[in-house]
Design a binder for this molecule. Structure first.
Ligand SMILES: *[C@@H]1O[C@H](CO)[C@@H](O)[C@H](O)[C@H]1NC(C)=O
Ligand SMILES: *[C@@H]1O[C@H](CO)[C@@H](O)[C@H](O)[C@H]1NC(C)=O
Ligand SMILES: *[C@@H]1O[C@H](CO)[C@@H](O)[C@H](O)[C@H]1NC(C)=O
Ligand SMILES: *[C@@H]1O[C@H](CO)[C@@H](O)[C@H](O)[C@H]1NC(C)=O
Ligand SMILES: *[C@@H]1O[C@H](CO)[C@@H](O)[C@H](O)[C@H]1NC(C)=O
Ligand SMILES: *[C@@H]1O[C@H](CO)[C@@H](O)[C@H](O)[C@H]1NC(C)=O
Ligand SMILES: *[C@@H]1O[C@H](CO)[C@@H](O)[C@H](O)[C@H]1NC(C)=O
Ligand SMILES: *[C@@H]1O[C@H](CO)[C@@H](O)[C@H](O)[C@H]1NC(C)=O
Ligand SMILES: *[C@@H]1O[C@H](CO)[C@@H](O)[C@H](O)[C@H]1NC(C)=O
Ligand SMILES: *[C@@H]1O[C@H](CO)[C@@H](O)[C@H](O)[C@H]1NC(C)=O
Ligand SMILES: *[C@@H]1O[C@H](CO)[C@@H](O)[C@H](O)[C@H]1NC(C)=O
Ligand SMILES: *[C@@H]1O[C@H](CO)[C@@H](O)[C@H](O)[C@H]1NC(C)=O
Length: 377
């Protein structure tokens, strides 16, 4: 067998086949399959793992020189059989692991042996129905670049948020949506800004976060996607969000924002998506829009935004969705809007717009138009 392996490896140098799986890795994977509870009717990858082929060719398995470095068991209807003694934690070369979209039935905690997988840079346990406290083991995975534990039934007390991310200094993407973090603004913001200098994607929706949004966050220069929906900020959005040079998406709906929203944020040249809906006490008005803006989605639904729609909204050539339902806008609908050829969705109902309706015949993609409860003629 050893000679056979050597032979195959030699061939692989010439690009004929890739290196075969190391035998111990293959048996660890078979043991993992054997121990996991999954529905074989629904499974598309695990169900086919068998001895007849080299494990590096199995679906969901990625190898480097015969070692398993990636395991993608997304949506395999796994419902149990993952615990501290699982052979998963002997696959020490793993760099990427996804168990997203499985159903651990809210009866499994995340095993505390995860720290054995010290080389992980990508870990995705999103929507897998795990429950309980996030184990300290995750905080020891210091090579993580992407961590996604969103949409389970998890919480953070001991360790808390600060301790969890303290040493994860390589992280670029953090998704903890739905994890009960329950921290005030000075705490969660400072934890992020002191630990994760490279962060690009921050997704903390429904985390029971409170405000204020602390100025320490301004240190996270690389932030590109910020998603903080469904929290309890009772605070304004700080102006320094407009200084993030790569900001492409800002979503903070239903989070009890108040104060005046900084106009400068609308003018960030890279911004594509802005959703501030359902923040009843959030005030603001629309600024002049620069030429060639990147905005595609602007949702201010159910806020207290007021003032007029500037004619320069016509500069947003790729705007496809604008939703101003139940705000306090007045004045006429600028004719320049008729030149927004990418527009698909327009809802300006329940405002105080007056005057005539522009001719939207150039907007060939427009599928939804809601104008009711205004003073339009
Ligand atoms: C996993 O399966 C092996 C046999 O394949 C068995 O010996 C072992 O006890 C199982 N471990 C768990 C935790 O179920
Ligand atoms: C597996 O999935 C199929 C298709 O959804 C379903 O009919 C079957 O009852 C499931 N089996 C088990 C053991 O849950
Ligand atoms: C999961 O797999 C099922 C079939 O097994 C498929 O119908 C479903 O769309 C998949 N879900 C996702 C999110 O990929
Ligand atoms: C065994 O693996 C081969 C190759 O991946 C696959 O084609 C075959 O369907 C598998 N057999 C079973 C019984 O799953
Ligand atoms: C961990 O990754 C590094 C480089 O990414 C590699 O040199 C090292 O051998 C890996 N360790 C294990 C146990 O695979
Ligand atoms: C999921 O949990 C419920 C109740 O907690 C239990 O009745 C059911 O059998 C569990 N399903 C599986 C697949 O473990
Ligand atoms: C794993 O072991 C730890 C103790 O080492 C225990 O607290 C935890 O509940 C175990 N987790 C699972 C999923 O079995
Ligand atoms: C985690 O996996 C799910 C399912 O494939 C995917 O939708 C999600 O984007 C992944 N998360 C990250 C951060 O890659
Ligand atoms: C983070 O690293 C420091 C220094 O190595 C260590 O003292 C601390 O215990 C680590 N924190 C966690 C949560 O592992
Ligand atoms: C949410 O956070 C507050 C403190 O900010 C706390 O009193 C409350 O218990 C938390 N809610 C939950 C469900 O943990
Ligand atoms: C913004 O993104 C570009 C391209 O990805 C990158 O080169 C640059 O360093 C980023 N800027 C910041 C402040 O992260
Ligand atoms: C309508 O949308 C499609 C795809 O989203 C796009 O390719 C096309 O250019 C749009 N039509 C117009 C008139 O802009």
């Amino acid at each position: 067998m050893a000679i056979y392996s050597l032979f195959l490896m030699t061939i692989s140098v010439f690009g004929v086949v890739s290196s075969p799986c190391f035998r111990n890795e293959q048996s660890l994977l078979l043991q993992l399959k054997n121990n996991l509870t999954f529905n074989s009717t629904m499974s598309t990858k695990l169900v086919k793992w068998n001895q007849s082929a080299d494990c590096c060719s199995w679906e969901g398995v990625t190898c480097n020189e015969g070692r398993v470095i990636g395991l993608d068991l997304t949506n395999e209807s796994i419902s149990g059989g993952l615990d501290n003694s699982s052979s998963l934690f002997s696959l020490q070369h793993l760099e990427s692991l996804s168990l997203a979209y499985n159903d651990f039935n809210y009866s499994h905690e995340i095993p505390s042996e995860f720290d054995k997988l010290a080389n992980l840079s990508y870990l995705n346990l999103s929507s897998a129905c795990f429950t309980g406290q996030i184990p300290i083991a995750i905080s020891r995975l210091t090579r993580l670049v992407t961590l996604d534990l969103s949409f389970n039934d998890l919480h953070l007390e001991n360790p808390n948020f600060k301790v969890l991310i303290q040493n994860l200094s390589e992280l670029m993407e953090l998704h903890l949506d739905g994890v009960l973090i329950s921290a005030p603004g000075n705490e969660w913001c400072r934890a992020l800004s002191s630990s994760l200098p490279n962060l690009r994607v921050l997704s903390l929706s429904s985390c029971n976060l409170s405000g204020p949004i602390d100025s320490s966050l301004r240190n996270l220069h690389s932030l590109s996607i910020i998603c903080l929906n469904d929290n309890y900020f009772s605070a304004p959005v700080p102006e320094f969000f407009a200084d993030f040079k790569n900001l492409t998406s800002l979503e903070v709906f239903g989070s009890e924002l108040n104060g005046k929203f900084p106009e400068k944020i609308f003018q960030v040249p890279t911004l594509q998506t802005l959703d501030l809906s359902y923040n009843d006490d959030l005030q603001g008005s629309l600024p002049e829009f620069p030429l060639n803006g990147s905005l595609q989605t602007m949702v201010l639904r159910g806020t207290s935004f007021s003032g007029t729609l500037p004619s320069s909204i016509g500069n947003l050539k790729i705007l496809s969705k604008i939703d101003l339902w139940r705000c306090n806008f007045v004045g006429s609908i600028p004719d320049s809007m008729a030149s927004l050829t990418q527009l698909k969705y327009l809802d300006i109902s329940y405002n105080k717009f007056s005057g005539s309706i522009p001719n939207f015949s150039m907007c060939k993609n427009l599928t939804t138009v809601r104008l009711c409860n205004n003073y339009l003629s």
